[in-house]
Design a protein around this ligand. Sequence first.
Ligand code: GDP
Length: 509
Amino acid sequence: MPKDKFLGGLLPSGFSELSCLSRYQSVIYRKPSPHKPSSYLISKLRSYEALHKRCGPYTEPYNRTLNQLKPGRVIANNGCKYVVHLWMSHSGLGNRLLSLASSFLYAVLTKRVLLIDQGHNMNSLLCEPFPETTWVLPSDFPIKNQFNSFDKKSPNCYGNMLTNKTINTSMDKSLPSFMYLNLIYDYDEYDKHFFCDKDQGFVKKVPWLILRSDQYFIPSLFLIPSFEKQLTKLFPKTGAVFHHLGRYLFHPTNRVWGLVTRYYQAYLAKSDERIGIQIRDFGSTNLPFQSMKDHIIRYYLPHLAVNDTIFNRVKDSSDLTNPLTYMMDRILDCSLKENLLPKVVSNPQDSVFNPPKNPKTKAVLITSLNSWYYEEIRNTYWQNPTSTGELISVYQPSHEEFQQIGNPTHDIKALAEIYLLSLMDVLVTSPWSTFGYVAQGLGALKPWVLNNPHKEMNLDLPCHRARSMEPCFHFPPFYDCEAKTESDTGARIPYVGHCEDTSWGLKLF
Ligand code: GDP
């Protein structure tokens, strides 16, 4: 067993190792993190674990706080308060993990206990992160049957209560026993008041917060003055927040871990270098795509025989705006320009006869919902020698074809692939993709992000290097709580700025 299986004090001791092998074994597969957790973060996590153990499901304080949900009860602070994290039913795994990390940090900051509603069978994906307790909301939670009806129009929704003035945030008399916080991408202006200091002064007194989100909302927590000081003490390196939270919270179950370790050992471990390419083809852009013919002419025709299938596909192709081809161009341009992958030689005969004695090996791990990119890249490096003599092997664990909501096996493969990407030495990721964000954060990797075809990006470059490994908060509020007007929240403090892949998003640097 390696020395630092507790990740510099980030992980608690005392768990049974066999019940969740990934927790203490991940260190075998990863390079040591260059980012050490602060001693303040470590002490806060230990205090949080003690709080969770004391107030967790079925403890005496939990049962007492549950009673407050009964009609007519006086709301009293009995030392335990909760945030119940609800899943967005149609969210992918990346969004779910990022929003869960955000709720957890909010819980730590506000001394609440985080419980998760098991909407998506999270226990087949992740181990329990807190010792001697559970983060799973009990199935007999009294208002559980209302969860599906909670939305921004619900009478219990904080934003809606503000709009309809059914609460007075300066008077404790109107304090509800629970409130629904709507922090999903289409939340409205009043929901966004959650990110104002004054509102937090009221929200903190409510014993039960039911929070639904699909966003990484941590950058906006840094903009709340009463949280900022504590946050910068917890995370002196503001660009490594998700890195620590993700490594602390997300430990794949033994089933997922088996997929990760078997794949890594069978295909990736022996190579000199490992490159992850995460391809999320959102398939909707407003730019004219490069023609398939252009692409093939540039990359393939010099090497193809006239009877080759690709050659024939090009010849017969009437599809000149193929999005797959457009992305493919960007991936290859980026990999070559940034020296991640070598060029293939135009005259293969030369190097076939002069192979280097000890060629360097590079493994490329492709993740994508379809297998087209994998086949194209693999064929390129199979059918042609490289100019450097390096041997390039290309792998793709699965191609699920489409996103499958609520299919546990699909989620298990997705988590295994996110985790495998995080074990690579270098990452190329797709813009806007939370799937890639989780991998880069867990792996402490600043990825090369493929430039999206959206008009605000620099279209001359196929990709750009992310300035930090942090995820992007795609739909942050733009509200100045003091001035009560719209303002640029990305221009307020130096380490919260706009994302490289989404100009309106917010990101920690
Ligand atoms: P985002 O939509 O790219 O932000 O990422 P999400 O993870 O939130 O949602 C996409 C979902 O589609 C994933 O959770 C997977 O279920 C599926 N998916 C997307 N790309 C891949 C992939 O490369 N491999 C696998 N196994 N699933 C993927």
